[in-house]
Design a protein around this ligand. Structure first.
Ligand code: AMP
Ligand code: ZN
Length: 471
C-alpha cells in the first residue's frame, strides 16, 4: 500500500516517510504506566497522542497491532537504578500489598483512558507475567559478553557497544555534568552508564515481589521489561516505539542497547516521542505532591473531551502549558463545535466527490507529522463549506475515527430520546383508536389512522392486536 505518513523519528532526528517492515502491517509498542498511583493529565497527554497515531495508522488502512506493558515491578524511584521500587512505595503509602496497588491503579488508568476515548491497546501485558522472557534475554546477553554479574546484580556493559547514545546527542562529558549529587554512584558498575538487568536480594531486603533466577532470587530491571514484552508480542523487528520525551534517556536508550545486543541486528525503525505537559511550575510530575487527574477535571465541571480537544489543538512535539484559562477556551470551543454539529440536518444525500476531497485533506494534515491542529481546521472548514448537511455529517463521523471527541454522541442521545417519545405517542394513538372503535366512533378511528399515516406510521390490525411500522 502507499505509505503517506510522514513522522518525526527521534532516531534519525528527521521527519521521515513511515515504511513498516511488512507492507500494510504495523507493530507498535507503547511504554505503559507504572501503576503505583493515578496517571496525571501529563502522562495522559502522551497516551492520548499515541492513540491519535494508532488511529491515524488504522484510518490510513494499516493493520496495527499495538502492545503496551504495565510496569508492576522494577521501576525504581530514580531512572538511574537508584532509590526505592515505585510499586513498593505505593504499597507502603496505602498500606496495601503491591499486587493490590497494581490491580487498583491499572483499572484506574484504563478508566481514565476510557473517559478520554483512548483505545485500549490490542495487547496489555503486566511485567510480572513475563519474568521467564526477561531471564532468557539476560542469559543471552551474558552469553554474548554484553552483561556481567557484580555484587549479586546483573549489569549491561555499555562499553561493549559501538555506540550507546543513539537517540540523543549526549557525549560522555555532557553526561558527567548531568550526574546528580543525590544519586549515589553504584560501585558495582564498571562504566557510568551501565544499567541493571536483574536485581537480587542484595539490593532491597523488603522487595515484595521476587523470582528465582540463575543469579539468585530477585527481580528484573525496568528497561528489560519493555524489550522483553515487545519481543514477546511483536517479534524481533519493531516498526514504531512510543513514549514521553523523558523516556528517551535512559529508558529508551537502554532498551535499544540491550535489544540490539541480544538480537544482533537493528530492532526498531521509528521512535515517536510526545513532549511534556507543563504547568507554571514546570513539568507535571507525580513526585510534586498534588497533581491533576481526569477525575479532578471532572469534579471541576470539565467534560474529559475538553482536555482531549485541548491536546489536539497543539502539536505533540511541542511542550504544552496547562492552565485553567486555556482549558476554559477549549471548553467554549468544544461546546460551540458540538452545537454546530447537532444542528446539521440528517436527511439528504452524501456528495461523494466532496467527501473524498475533504477526507484526503484530513489525511494530509495527519500525515504531516500528525498535525492535529490542521486536522481540526479541516473539520471547521467542512462545517463552513457549501456542501450538503449529509456530507458534513458523514465527514464528521469519519474524522471521529481519529479525533474521538464524541462529536456526534449528544446527537445520538437526543435521537434515541426522540425515538422513545415518538413510540410512546404512537402507542397512545393506537390506544385512542381502539377506544374509538369500541365506542363505534369509526370516524375518529379513521382520523387517527390517517394522522398516523401522515406522520409516517402505518398500523395493521392483527389477531394479536394492532401493530405499527415506520414507512
Ligand atoms: P510513568 O507512569 O511515570 O512511567 O509515565 C507514563 C508516561 O507518561 C511515560 O511515557 C512518560 O514519558 C509520560 N510522561 C510523564 N510525565 C509527563 C508529562 N508531564 N507530560 C507528558 N508526558 C509525561
Ligand atoms: Zn518502556
Amino acid at each position: 500500500m502507499e505509505n503517506r505518513l510522514r513522522i518525526y523519528n527521534t532516531l534519525t532526528r528527521k521527519v521521515e516517510t513511515f515504511v513498516p517492515n511488512v507492507d500494510g502491517k504495523v507493530g507498535m509498542y507503547t511504554c505503559g504506566p507504572t501503576v503505583y498511583h493515578f496517571a496525571h493529565i501529563g502522562n495522559l497527554r502522551s497516551y492520548l497522542m499515541e492513540d491519535v497515531l494508532e488511529k491515524t495508522l488504522r484510518y490510513l488502512g494499516y493493520d496495527v497491532k499495538r502492545v503496551m506493558n504495565i510496569t508492576d515491578v522494577g521501576h525504581l524511584s530514580d531512572d538511574a537504578d537508584a532509590g526505592e521500587d515505585k510499586m513498593l512505595k505505593g504499597a507502603k503509602r496505602e498500606k496495601k500489598t503491591v499486587m493490590e496497588i497494581a490491580a487498583f491503579y491499572t483499572d484506574a488508568f484504563f478508566e481514565d483512558c476510557k473517559k478520554l476515548c483512548i483505545k485500549r491497546p490490542d495487547v496489555v501485558e503486566p511485567a510480572t507475567n513475563c519474568i521467564a522472557d526477561f531471564i532468557r534475554i539476560v542469559e543471552g546477553l551474558l552469553e554474548k559478553g554484553f552483561a556481567y554479574c557484580a555484587g549479586s546484580n546483573v549489569y549491561f556493559d555499555t562499553s561493549k557497544l559501538k555506540e550507546y547514545f543513539v537517540l540523543t546527542n549526549h557525549s560522555e562529558e555532557e553526561l558527567l555534568v548531568g550526574v546528580r549529587d543525590d544519586v549515589e554512584a553504584d560501585p558495582n558498575k564498571r562504566n557510568k552508564n551501565d544499567f541493571v538487568l536483574w536485581f537480587t536480594r542484595s539490593k532491597f531486603e523488603d522487595q515484595a515481589l521476587k523470582w528465582d533466577s540463575p543469579w539468585g532470587v530477585g527481580y528484573p530491571g525496568w528497561h528489560i521489561e519493555c524489550s522483553g514484552i515487545s519481543m514477546k508480542h511483536l517479534g524481533e523487528r519493531l516498526d514504531i516505539h512510543c513514549g514521553g520525551v523523558d523516556n528517551i534517556f535512559p529508558h529508551h536508550t537502554n532498551e535499544i542497547a540491550q535489544s540490539e545486543a541480544y538480537l544482533g541486528h537493528k530492532w526498531c525503525n521509528y521512535w515517536m516521542h510526545v513532549h511534556h505537559l507543563n504547568d507554571k511550575a514546570g513539568k507535571m510530575s507525580k513526585s510534586r505532591g498534588e497533581f491533576l487527574t481526569v477525575s479532578l477535571l471532572e469534579q471541576k465541571g470539565y467534560d474529559p473531551m475538553v482536555y482531549r480537544l485541548f491536546c489536539l489543538q497543539s502539536h505533540y512535539r511541542k511542550p504544552l502549558e496547562f492552565s485553567f484559562e486555556v482549558l476554559d477556551q477549549a471548553a467554549a470551543a468544544y461546546a460551540k463545535l458540538k452545537k454546530r454539529i447537532a444542528s446539521l440536518c440528517a436527511a439528504g444525500s452524501v456528495e461523494e466527490e466532496a467527501f473524498a476531497r475533504y477526507r484526503r485533506r484530513f489525511e494530509d494534515a495527519l500525515c504531516s507529522d500528525l498535525n492535529t491542529s490542521s486536522a481540526l481546521t479541516v473539520l471547521y472548514d467542512v462545517l463552513k463549506a457549501d456542501i450538503s448537511d449529509a456530507t458534513k455529517r458523514a465527514l464528521v463521523e469519519s474524522f471521529e475515527q481519529v479525533l474521538s471527541l464524541r462529536l456526534l454522541q449528544a446527537d445520538k442521545a437526543r435521537e434515541s430520546a426522540q425515538d422513545e417519545e415518538k413510540s410512546t405517542w404512537i402507542l397512545e394513538q393506537i390506544e385512542k383508536r381502539a377506544q374509538a372503535k369500541k365506542n363505534k366512533d369509526f370516524a375518529l378511528a379513521d382520523a387517527i389512522r390517517s394522522e398516523l399515516l401522515e406522520k409516517g406510521v402505518r398500523i395493521k390490525d392483527t389477531r394479536e392486536g394492532t401493530v405499527w411500522e415506520l414507512i
